[in-house]
Design a protein around this ligand. Structure first.
Ligand code: T68
Length: 833
């Protein structure tokens, strides 16, 4: 808009006073004090750590905003293809430390805060995590944003601005209790854009009209409108001026929605409830990972977010005045799982109903625009929406889905005439009662590329759940992009001493933007001084964790013990139950030893952390058992330091930053074929921890990179899972004798009332042991014994640790983003100079 632009002749004045943030310690102090005194209206008599956090955050925010504005101008001016990453989850964690490091002004802040009487670590830890995600899928989105900015890609994230992120977990009497996570009290990292607001329609009906030329037009009318308001979050790249944008939508009642007539007529309740209903849409993150529950509000969230994001993307494209056929040359949209699949339908609706394109031309554009990433093969996690629900909520979209399916099935029929079974298998509509829309199939049909997130997983989707689609489209439509992690947060930020030691040998921090350079430290594995420093850093990280454990649980653990960590969402397929059964086995074994034998035991601390979905009883039972075992073992004077069991409450990103650098061993022990990739496996190895794992997900590629001699693999292979399950159900099985003893102890109420844990035991002994705990138990405990043995040879252990880190270059999200850019998005980075 012309009125919004300062006239050319007046820009001199503007530029003279244009904000430019601070550069050094003094500048930081000036900005800090200015914000504390004016923005916060406090003084030097009234500046606690929280105020210091706010002042610091605001000083850094200013600096970031300047680059953010410039980046947006640059991207608009360059007018090249942009990437839009649609994700219902962005698990960002804390922003301040990351901003300090990415902007490279942490030292200025540390010194400045020091002069004002604050310790930078204490200030940083005041920040509330931005926890808008469940687990790996949401954290992957956050790591990808970091890499896209670092590599100067013109890229936006689109998500929902939940008022409540993932719940806060408390453990009370051994049980998980969920507390709401209201995180927006003070959030300096977001900018409301009240001028970027769009009405999103729900319900109503779809009608056909003929225009003057006899052309049929579809009109969606009636229903209700909810406003979507944009909130922008700056995403700074590391070592670059690029600062990208994450746009989160918040729902608000339309002005008409708060009905003043009702209000004035005294019908306060109904006036207010309409408003609350609108605001409910973006109120809360669904706390399930790898589970689809088909709730109407969740569908509303999905459409609300997809429609607002597409409105924004299309609006931006239309400013360029290009032909619609050029849309896929300007826009790449990546679907993070099937949650945003409605975006496919929405774009087709915009092009056909609003922009008057022919169906086929529109569909070409749609398919060339979208890519779909699959994150799971678990059947209970594959999204399906009921046809009656879609009919009610989005009547026009349902018609379009039926048409997409019709044309698709016609294509299949042409290719495979007479194969009716194939048609019913691949139909987007499942002929159940009620009928269901299979979102993954819709996502495949509406995208030009479909990718899995690790090699095994990408192979599995091609040979199992999407096999028919490979037959129809050929295998070129399917590809693999193995996940990664950002080394900025997961090495440099979480483990500054290790990062600095590596930098001292590699001649600087270039490895943070080219992680393959880590291979340069491999030869230092032979250097005893280097090994000593390496060990000192690990010990210091373990001491820090031990201190945290003491403060939060009251338990003392010795940093010389072997720290064994399993932190991730609690899920039967991830098999925390296998781990805790192994711990019980270890406990029983130590109890049966003579004092002489006990002297040879390698002391171990078994650390667990993770949230269970609130409605997932079996997962909650696992947490209960872990806490039951902890209560008994940790008090057992006979055991002392030989074994400690710790459950870390409320595992989240900022706690991961303390835990990940402190492991000797971490556990990635899913039933083979169930964990699509896993990403914490990469984080732990990158920080010098070794891992015990199954042949699953990215464990396989980690093994390929670091070599089999540096990882502890065990258990059955994915290819044998089906036949083992079959065997359990139809031929029965005999329990491993050690596991049997573990169950006996549980059933004798050794760790709390047996009845509490019976479902967990029975799922194995009586209900088919779907996750193959009994099949893998003996190789699991043998491998744990091998770990004890290896840990006593400290020198060899450290060599393994260093060698593994040196070989982790592949697992950076910088590599991941490069692969998406070249093979799926066809976008180029934008030259910042
Ligand atoms: C995870 N998926 C995979 N899902 O389990 C993990 N699901 O193997 C992989 O490394 C990671 O994605 C990244 O690719 C999830 O985290 C969810 O959280 C989720 C959320 C909502 C609905 C279904």
């Amino acid at each position: 808009a012309v009125e919004a632009t300062i006239p050319e002749r007046l820009r001199e004045t503007w530029r003279k006073y244009s904000a430019n943030g601070f550069e050094d310690k003094g500048g930081f102090e000036r900005e800090f004090i200015r914000h504390v005194e004016t923005t916060l209206a406090r003084s030097l008599y009234n500046c606690d750590e929280l105020a210091a956090y706010a002042g610091t955050a605001l000083a850094f925010r200013d600096k970031m905003i300047i680059e953010w504005n410039k980046t947006q101008q640059r991207q608009t001016f360059a007018d090249q293809k942009r990437v839009y990453y649609l994700s219902l989850e962005f698990l960002m964690g804390r922003a301040l430390d990351n901003a300090m490091l990415n902007i490279d002004k942490k030292d200025a802040a540390r010194d400045g805060l020091g002069e004002l009487g604050f310790r930078i670590e204490d200030v940083i830890s005041q920040e509330h995590d931005a926890a808008l995600g469940n687990g790996g899928l949401g954290r992957l989105a956050a790591c990808l944003l970091d890499s896209m900015a670092t590599l100067d890609y013109p890229a936006w994230g689109y998500g929902l601005r939940y008022r409540y992120g993932i719940f806060k977990q408390e453990i009370i009497d051994g049980y998980q209790v969920e507390i709401p996570d209201y995180w927006l009290d003070f959030n300096p990292w977001e900018f409301p854009r009240h001028d970027v607001t769009v009405g999103i329609q729900f319900y109503g009906h779809s009608e056909k009209h003929e225009d003057e030329n006899g052309k049929v037009k579809h009109v969606w009318s009636g229903g209700e409108i909810v406003q979507a308001v944009a909130y922008d979050v700056p995403i700074p790249g590391y070592g670059t001026k690029t600062t990208n944008n994450l746009r989160l939508w918040s729902s608000k009642a339309s002005s008409g929605e708060f009905d003043f007539q009702k209000f004035n007529a005294g019908d306060y309740e109904s006036a207010v409830s309409d408003q609350q209903r609108a605001e409910t849409i973006s109120a809360v993150l669904y706390p399930n990972d790898n589970l689809d529950r088909g709730k109407e509000l969740r569908l509303k969230q999905q459409y609300f977010w997809c429609a607002a994001s597409l409105w924004d993307i299309v609006r931006r494209f239309k400013k360029s005045k290009r032909a619609w056929s050029e849309f896929p040359d300007q826009v790449a949209i990546q679907l993070n799982d099937t949650h945003p699949t409605l975006a496919i339908v929405e774009l087709q609706r915009i092009l056909v109903d609003q922009e008057d394109l022919e169906w086929d031309e529109a569909w070409q554009i749609v398919v060339n625009t979208f890519g779909y990433t699959n994150h799971t093969v678990l059947p209970e996690a594959l999204e399906k929406w009921s046809v009656p629900l879609l009919q009610h909520l989005l009547p026009r979209h349902l018609e379009i889905i039926y048409d997409i399916n019709l044309f698709f099935l016609q294509h299949v029929e042409e290719k495979f005439p007479g194969d009716w079974e194939l048609l019913s298998r691949v139909s987007v509509i499942e002929e159940s009662q009620p009928k269901m829309v299979r979102m993954a199939y819709l996502a495949i049909i509406g995208s030009h590329k479909v990718n899995g997130v690790a090699e095994l997983h990408s192979d599995l989707i091609k040979t199992t759940i999407f096999k028919d689609f490979v037959k129809i489209y050929g295998s070129d439509k399917f590809t693999n992009v193995t996940n990664g992690i950002t080394p900025r947060r997961w090495l440099h930020q979480a483990n500054p001493r290790l990062s600095s030691l590596i930098a001292s040998k590699l001649g600087g921090y270039n490895f943070l933007i080219d992680l393959t350079l880590l291979d340069g430290i491999e030869s230092y594995a032979n250097d005893p001084d280097f090994r000593r420093e390496w060990t000192e850093i690990k010990t210091a990280n373990k001491e820090r964790l031990a201190k945290y454990i003491k403060e939060t649980t009251g338990y003392s653990v010795s940093p010389t013990s072997l720290f064994d960590i399993q932190v991730k969402r609690i899920h039967e397929y991830k098999r925390q139950q296998l781990n805790i059964f192994g711990v019980i086995h270890r406990y029983l074994k130590i109890k049966s030893m003579t004092p002489q034998e006990r002297k040879k035991v390698v002391p171990r601390v078994s650390i667990f952390g993770g949230k269970a979905a609130p409605g997932y009883w079996m997962a909650k039972t696992i947490i209960h058992l872990i806490n039951g075992v902890a209560a008994v073992v940790n008090k057992d004077a006979e055991i002392g330091d030989l074994l400690k069991v710790i459950f870390i409450e409320d595992y989240n990103v900022s706690k991961a930053e303390i835990l990940v650098p402190a492991s000797d061993i971490s556990e990635h022990i899913s039933t083979a074929g169930t964990e699509a990739s896993g990403t914490s496996n990469m984080k732990f190895v990158l920080n010098g921890g070794l891992i015990i794992g199954t042949c699953d997900g990215a464990n396989i590629e980690i093994t390929r990179e670091i070599s089999e001699s540096n990882i502890f693999l065990f258990g059955n292979l994915a290819e044998d899972v089906d036949s083992l399950r079959h065997k359990h159900l139809y031929s029965g099985f005999t329990l491993d004798e050690h596991l049997h003893k573990v169950f006996e102890a549980i059933r004798a109420s050794a760790f709390g009332p047996a009845s509490a844990f019976e479902p967990l035991v029975a799922s194995i002994t009586d209900h088919g042991d779907y996750y193959l705990v009994s099949d893998d138990f003996s190789s699991y405990i043998q491998t744990q014994e091998a770990i004890d043995e290896e840990f006593t040879k400290q020198d060899e252990w450290v060599v393994k640790s260093i060698t593994s880190v040196a070989r982790m270059g592949f697992f950076s999200t910088d590599r991941v983003v490069g692969e998406y850019a070249d093979e799926i998005w066809n976008v180029e980075s934008l030259d910042v100079e």
